[in-house]
Ligand binder design. Structure first.
Ligand code: SF4
Length: 377
């Protein structure tokens, strides 16, 4: 398998959020008392992986809320990355940020250190929705943060938005998209709200306090969003992701979609190399304790069979506009899709959900809207 010829990416998970959003079941803790010990542990973990993946051409500092790190802490992370790993020329170095944390001085500092891409968790330009979601920032803070990011010299800025909020009218959502477009961001991620069952919002939902948009309405949100953004010139390059042009797609996230190797550091982070995947303990406490003893903080690992790799590649490839290169797929995964799934593919083509062209199998817009079931071909 020649999947390792692709340039790997480095993910660093910062598992702290100053407050918990009401819908979120990502792992993060709201007390930052463990932050110094976490950083020490992270630096130890980097040392354990020295030489195993290099060079990286992307570094993605995600979370959690990495923008709660002060500039000195961001610099310490980047310095240790450079000390322990090789970076390819012109790396993409992303930091996820909460608008409440961003002012011009902070942004200028982190940009000077080498952060060259920001993804800002705006979520909505409707204050009532931000309140419903329990977001820590306000609409005004989001606007100030985007302005400050441009003034600090960032050109590659992504905005994250959420749709499908209970009671949200289509026009209100499209108004949020329209307002996002006024900033001409390089990148937009539009996610459908998912409510974790054990979150405050999930519990209220189970008590019947509100209902979520039904499947038809969700579909309409998806299609209208794609239409509006494509009309504005954006490329819908993955189910939830849009870029102003193909040079502005998330280079890092694409590695997750085509089995490029990646190293994930920090609590709950996942890594992938060749046909192996492994992941760290979720608990920050345990992560720190295990690394203090000099061991990798591994919770588990798995070797993927060829059949699992085939299925994953199909599932992930059909979530992207580019789709699957049929010849490469046959070479890497020893499966000729046209021969083995020809009938089903013809049916999906007839239904307007996929197309086969220039050696690629790819989803249409209608196919992207139901990408999860396309992979069941
Ligand atoms: S949605 Fe993001 S900012 Fe909110 S609690 Fe979850 S990880 Fe933290």
């Amino acid at each position: 398998m020649c999947m390792n010829a692709k340039t790997p990416g480095l993910y660093i998970h910062v598992p702290f959020c100053l407050s918990k959003c009401s819908y979120c079941d990502f792992y993060s803790v709201s007390s930052i008392s463990m932050l110094p010990a976490f950083l020490e542990a992270l630096f130890k973990e980097m040392e354990l992986y020295r030489g195993r993946f290099e060079p990286f051409d992307t570094v993605y500092v995600g979370g959690g809320t990495p923008s709660i790190l002060n500039p000195g802490q961001v610099e310490a992370i980047l310095t240790r990355v450079l000390k322990n790993f090789q970076l390819a020329p012109n790396p993409e170095i992303t930091l996820e940020a909460n608008p409440a944390d961003l002012d011009r001085a902070y942004l200028e500092s982190i940009r000077a250190m080498g952060i060259n891409r920001l993804t800002i968790g705006v979520q909505s330009f409707d204050q009532a929705i931000l309140d419903f979601l329990g977001r820590r920032h306000s609409v005004n803070q989001a606007i100030s943060a985007i302005d400050a990011s441009y003034r600090a010299g960032f050109a590659n800025i992504g905005l994250d938005l959420i749709y499908g909020i209970p009671g949200q009218e289509m026009d209100a959502w499209l108004d949020t998209v329209r307002r996002a477009l006024t900033f001409e961001p390089a990148h937009l991620s539009c996610y459908q709200l998912t409510v974790g069952p054990d979150t405050p919002l999930g519990i209220r939902y189970q008590q019947g306090a509100f209902s979520l948009p039904d499947e038809n309405l969700q579909h309409e949100f998806f299609i209208k969003t794609a239409e509006m953004l494509e009309d504005a010139g954006y490329i819908h390059y993955e189910v939830s992701n849009f870029a102003r042009d193909m040079t502005l797609t998330s280079r890092h996230n694409q590695k997750y979609w085509d089995h490029t190797p990646y190293l994930g550091l920090g609590p709950s982070a996942h890594s992938f190399l060749a046909n192996q995947r492994w992941w760290n303990y979720r608990s920050v406490d345990r992560y720190i304790t295990v690394l203090k003893s000099g061991k990798p903080p591994l919770e588990a690992s798995e070797i993927l069979t060829m059949e699992q790799l085939q299925l994953e590649a199909l599932y992930l490839g059909l979530r992207t506009k580019k789709g699957i290169h049929l010849q490469d797929y046959a070479t890497h995964y020893r499966c000729d899709l046209l021969t083995q799934k020809g009938d089903r593919l013809t049916k999906l083509q007839d239904e307007g959900l996929i197309a086969i062209e220039d050696g690629y199998l790819y989803p249409t817009r209608a196919g992207l809207a139901m990408a999860d079931s396309l992979a069941l071909i």
